[in-house]
Design a protein around this ligand. Structure first.
Ligand code: UDX
Length: 461
């Protein structure tokens, strides 16, 4: 077999980053002209292998994240430090060994999550094209690129807090403003965590300034044209969605398929799907308010409650009698530890997505025209909420009270309003069509993706 291009893709080791880059990798592989190697840390690699079927289109490989095997990787500071100090060397070793094993399949392109900005410096050493991949919105990336300017202009302090009397930052009229404490790096309750988030963001900023000429982004131009226009290097190629014909391929937890059968027995557009992604946590009191709000609404619900869903890692405690009352037999609700989310959202029984507004969840909900109830936790999720509620008008905020709690009455009230609102459903259907067009033949993301592939074809020599 002759020489063919070999793409190596490497995500940041977290669910919300692995999923979109693996989808992109499979899309590149499906093109047929490239071998694609997808590199995880050993920890993520083992989780993926335990929860999904083997892949036949992409080669999976893994490297150490520098931490001992028995570490549970829940300490984000330790993990970040270790990735920073050890990953480059491990990746370099892997590339050397791949290149030595077959000189017709040397790595010709490295696609790295922008959060791992330093990886992009490795590519030129191997004569490979270096490509950044941004798994969040174009707007969320645009504000990160502005951090040095905002600090220089005296608008932000070095910890990422807004200074002076301004309560928000706006990048363009058409992009919702970022309010104080709602930046991608904000974590007002804990400065140490905020500094870590800021450092992660700055790694992305560095990636954008690197020699990489391409910054692929999981968005589509029509969804956020102004934000896409802010960065000439940015190439919107999304939404990256799981192919309807293949089983899900990127879950790091085992998907509970019983919820699909449960949905089959519910009325069309009646179910509230409740999911907070892979990282968001709730306090015990907040979890109980949410449970009671769902019960009070009288609407069927499917709720993903991860085993690590509480803020202090304690066991999940439901209100007394909740599970027996609400989730037993033919009760209103069903609770699972992890759902096949894209299949759930495409199910006709689902009528509303109560979501933390992670970018993947946002795109997955948009792609299925499911209106949102927004409950952001951190990172880009507040800005995604602004897009959903203020710009695209496909969802409502669930507001906090003076104690920072989203009460059962607020949950019930917003479910009732959303269920009775046809306008939002119409907006959602319109966006679904635009999203579909963008990845369809000759759509904007389709054309961008093929421009990228054509470039790689030349680059492989
Ligand atoms: C993180 C950040 O928090 C998010 O804001 C950022 O945009 C990406 O990285 P996460 O919090 O996990 O991700 O949320 P999200 O981006 O929504 O990704 C979660 C992924 O897990 C989605 O693709 C979703 O389909 C999947 N998922 C979630 C499941 O497959 N099953 C579940 O039960 C819950």
């Amino acid at each position: 077999m002759g020489k063919r291009g070999h793409v190596l893709a490497i995500p940041f080791p977290a669910q919300g980053h692995v999923t979109p880059l693996l989808k992109l990798s499979r899309l590149i592989a499906s093109h047929g002209h490239f071998k694609v190697t997808f590199v995880n840390t050993h920890f993520i690699h083992n989780k993926l292998a335990a929860s999904t079927d083997p892949l036949d289109d992409v080669v999976l490989a893994s490297i150490s994240d520098g931490l001992p095997d028995d570490s549970d990787r829940t300490d984000a500071f330790e993990l970040w430090e270790s990735l920073n100090s050890t990953m480059s060397a491990h990746l370099t070793e892997l590339i050397e060994s791949i290149n030595a094993s077959n000189c017709d399949e040397k790595i010709s392109c490295i696609i790295a999550d922008v959060t791992l900005g330093w990886v992009l410096e490795i590519a030129p050493r191997f004569g490979a094209e270096s490509v950044g991949f941004n798994p969040t919105s174009a707007a969320s990336f645009a504000i990160i690129l502005q951090i040095p300017n905002l600090i220089h202009q005296g608008k932000l302090d070095c910890d990422g807090n807004l200074k002076g009397s301004e309560n928000y930052v706006r990048l363009a009229d058409e992009i919702p403003a970022w309010r104080k404490d709602e930046f991608g790096w904000s974590f007002p309750l804990d400065l140490k965590t905020q500094k870590l988030l800021l450092e992660c963001c700055l790694s992305g900023e560095k990636a954008a300034r690197s020699r990489s000429n391409w910054l692929l982004c999981n968005t589509f131009y029509e969804l956020e044209p102004s934000a896409c226009d802010l960065n000439p290097k940015l190439l919107p190629i999304g939404p990256l969605l799981a192919s309807k014909t293949r089983a899900s391929c990127s879950s790091l937890c085992v998907e509970d398929m019983s919820c699909i059968r449960w949905l089959d027995e519910r009325a069309i557009a009646s179910v509230i799907y409740v999911s907070f992604g892979s990282l968001a946590v709730l306090s015990g009191r907040q979890l109980q308010e949410l449970a009671l709000g769902l019960e009070l609404s009288g609407q069927p619900f499917l709720w993903v409650v991860r085993s690590n869903f509480t803020i202090d890692g304690s066991k999940v405690e439901y209100p007394e009698g909740f599970l027996e009352r609400v989730c037993g037999g033919r009760g209103l609700g069903k609770v699972v530890e992890w759902a096949p989310q894209e299949r759930v959202l495409s199910h006709p029984s689902v009528g509303c997505f109560l979501s933390h507004c992670g970018w993947n969840s946002t795109l997955e909900g948009l792609a299925e025209a499911v209106p949102f109830l927004c409950w952001p936790y951190f990172a880009d999720q507040y800005h995604n909420q602004s897009y959903i509620c203020d710009k695209w008008k496909v969802g409502l905020r669930i507001e906090q009270d003076g104690d920072g709690i989203r009460s059962r009455d607020e949950v019930k009230k917003k479910i009732e309003i959303l269920v009775g609102d046809d306008g939002m459903r119409v907006n959602a259907l319109r966006l679904k069509e635009i999203a579909k067009k963008s990845v369809g033949q000759e759509g904007s993301s389709f054309v961008n993706f093929h421009r990228f592939i054509d470039h790689l074809m030349v680059y492989k020599g």
